[in-house]
Design a protein around this ligand. Structure first.
Ligand code: 3HC
Length: 297
């Protein structure tokens, strides 16, 4: 094993280039790391590429980055459909959809790809990191790193240590995240971790209030923005998170904790079934022209 105090991390793999994975890849590339982004097929690679170009293009438009810096940043990210390209990675972060079987199959497959020193992390928001770790032959190197949306903006990252996570793995991950300018917090392995456990009861309550026609979506959101100083109201935030993701998180937390606060409001499931997923599909509680556009209707 490497010396934990001097170990250098230069290459980071990110598996899954949806909203969170692409955001995580951007954060590492912004900070000089070489990033290998893996997607399941060319469509996924293209979606990841567009996400990265759009997000960094926004920084160029706002004059936070020059076009040369954008090109350099994107040049540090290699996109591929082949897991074997992760062979030289020091750290791999899995950010695929919330499916325990899919995540376990990835951690199983990583055994044959990365070296024994590589740290393996999952960006799961509510699944058991411990269960995911059992799929790998070295569960002590598996840890949770839960970024918040939008990953390039939000400073918080929750680090989830399991009962078998090696202390040096935790220390290395804390150091790398601080190096990215993030503010990591550490917690144990319980569905929802710290922030989602507290946040999603509130978000779910807002959906129930809207579903019960107690107040309009605009007034529910305005109450929390202007009365409590939240940057977004709960329904607009759910559209940003994605209603499918939000439903999965609530459902998992409810099944594990049986706290009624987390029993998903029925309308949430109906929206998901109807394909109203929030910003990413163009419509959720509000309607959008493009994923990052202001609200239209
Ligand atoms: N991707 C990348 N950067 C983005 C972005 C995006 N999707 N959205 C906004 N930004 C950047 C902008 O470029 C801007 O950067 P700059 O300061 O360097 O110019 C900065 O964020 C501020 O953006 P705006 O001025 O356009 O808009 P706001 O000031 O209204 O901020 C916001 C937008 C950052 C989304 C803010 O409204 C916010 O913080 N909302 C709350 C988000 C939140 O609560 N996230 C946590 C969700 S829970 C979660 O992720 C857990 C998971 O498990 C579900």
């Amino acid at each position: 094993m490497s010396d934990e105090t001097t170990r250098e991390f230069t290459t980071v793999g990110v598996i899954g280039l949806g909203t969170m994975g692409a955001g995580i890849a951007e954060v590492f590339a912004r900070n000089g790391y070489s990033v290998i982004g893996v997607e399941v097929n060319e469509t996924g690679v293209e979606r990841g590429r567009q996400h990265l170009e759009h997000s960094t293009g926004r920084a160029v438009k706002r004059e936070k980055m020059t076009e040369e810096q954008q090109a350099e940043l994107l040049g540090r990210i290699t996109l591929t459909t082949s897991m074997s390209d992760l062979a030289g990675a020091d750290l791999v972060i899995e950010a695929v959809i919330e499916s325990i079987e899919l995540k376990k199959s990835i951690f199983r497959a990583l055994d044959d790809v990365v070296g024994p020193d590589a740290i393996l992390a999952t960006n799961t928001s509510s699944l058991s990191v411990t269960e995911i770790s059992t799929a790998n032959s070295l569960p002590g190197r598996v840890i949770g790193v839960h970024f918040f949306n939008p990953a390039p903006v939000q400073d918080l990252v929750e680090i989830i240590r399991t009962v078998v996570t090696e202390p040096h793995v935790l220390a290395d991950v804390q150091r790398v995240l601080r190096d990215l300018g993030k503010d990591p917090v550490v917690c144990g392995d319980k569905a929802g971790f710290i922030a989602n456990t507290l946040l999603f009861g509130y978000l779910n309550h807002a959906v129930a209030m809207y579903e019960g026609k107690y107040a309009s979506r605009e007034d529910i959101d305005a109450a929390m923005r202007f009365g409590c100083g939240y940057p977004m109201g709960p329904l607009a935030l759910l559209d940003l998170i994605g209603l499918d993701t939000a439903y999965e998180i609530l459902d998992t937390m409810y099944k594990q904790g049986r706290d009624r606060l987390h029993a998903p409001a029925p309308i949430l499931k109906q929206y998901v079934t109807a394909g109203l997923l929030g910003r990413k599909s163009g419509r959720g509680f509000y309607t959008y022209e493009a994923p990052d556009s202001p609200v239209v209707v």
